[in-house]
Ligand binder design. Structure first.
Ligand code: B12
Length: 249
């Protein structure tokens, strides 16, 4: 178990001290940042500060100097956003600040994309991905898409706020055997179930596998709504897609 003083970045130490009040969340973040390199801490700090230019510059530099794209994703960008999420939930910051952080995250992701999405292999399968109706969160979905593309999948991205019909039309148009849905709000999670029902009504349920994910989604919820699989993060999403399509890992 790491101590707060093990985190070298002053800004992150102060943020944790001031804003992360639940002991288990505080310890989780301390362990996470204490195991991150100084430059990953700096990327996370800039993201928490909503400074997209610095996130962009530091990410570009780190990648150019040989830091792995997945390390930047996990210990720079996602780690920073984890702290932002808690500050938002506890009303220390509000939508405009979170939007700045999301912009900063996307500025970093733009540099990761060509690396994570480059597969150099023949397409292994088609996947339709979208955030469900009513939900505008797309950062996690976009990370899943990057890694899916990197693993050789052809991904058709339906974007955010995607109604059931749009998923169905895309499956028919592209002949895709796999659909992935993302939801970040407890109020939009039921729209995953509604989309699955729409596939049943359209007589298409047996011709597609359906996977779901997003921070509030759980394996139990996925089972209850009749999805074929649930993945907790972008790496799990790729493993799940392969498993559902019967491809070797
Ligand atoms: C950034 C953010 C925003 C940004 C979104 C920007 C964007 N372009 O995405 C903005 C500011 C727009 C926003 C708006 C809102 N937000 Co918001 N937001 C967040 C925040 C802080 C981070 C989300 C994120 O990007 N995480 C980082 C990514 C990498 O993680 P992820 O999305 O979970 O994705 C990973 C996995 O879940 C998985 N995954 C994701 N999708 C899929 C799909 C498949 C198939 C698979 C297998 C895996 C998978 O892999 C991903 C990569 O590892 C969360 C806090 C949180 N803890 O999640 C709140 C949060 C989701 N938001 C929340 C709320 C309340 C809102 C608003 C209603 C606020 C308001 N009053 O307007 C609006 C809703 C807008 C709408 N209609 O959607 C609440 C939801 C609470 C709830 N119980 O539902 C949260 C939890 C914050 C909180 N209060 O704690 N938000």
């Amino acid at each position: 178990m790491a101590e707060l003083s093990d985190i070298q970045n002053d800004f992150i130490r102060q943020e944790i001290e001031e804003f992360i009040l639940k002991p288990e969340e505080r310890q989780r973040l301390i362990d996470l940042f204490a195991s991150a390199s100084l430059r990953m801490q700096a990327i996370a700090a800039a993201l928490i500060d909503g400074d997209n230019e610095t996130v962009s510059n530091l990410t570009r530099q780190a990648l150019a100097e040989g830091v792995g794209a997945l390390e930047v994703m996990d210990y720079g960008l996602i780690a920073g956003m984890a702290l932002v999420g808690i500050k938002f939930r506890e009303n220390f910051i509000f939508v405009p600040e979170v939007l700045s952080c999301a912009r900063a995250m996307k500025a970093g992701m733009a540099h990761l994309e060509p690396i994570l999405s480059a597969s150099g292999i023949e397409p292994v399968g088609k996947v339709i991905m979208g955030t469900v109706k009513g939900d505008l969160h797309d950062i996690g979905k976009n990370l899943c898409i990057m890694l899916l593309r990197g693993a050789g999948f052809e991904v058709i991205d339906l974007g955010v706020d995607t109604p059931p019909d749009k998923f169905i039309d895309a499956v028919e148009q592209h002949g895709a055997p796999l659909v992935g849905m993302s939801a970040l709000l407890t109020t939009t999670m039921p729209n995953m179930g509604k989309t699955i029902e729409a596939f049943i009504d359209a007589d298409l349920r047996d011709s597609v596998k359906i996977m779901v994910g997003g921070a509030p989604v759980t394996q139990d919820f996925a089972d209850d709504m009749g999805a074929d699989g649930y993945g907790k993060d972008a790496v799990a999403c790729v493993a799940l897609a392969k498993r559902l399509l019967g491809l070797s890992a």
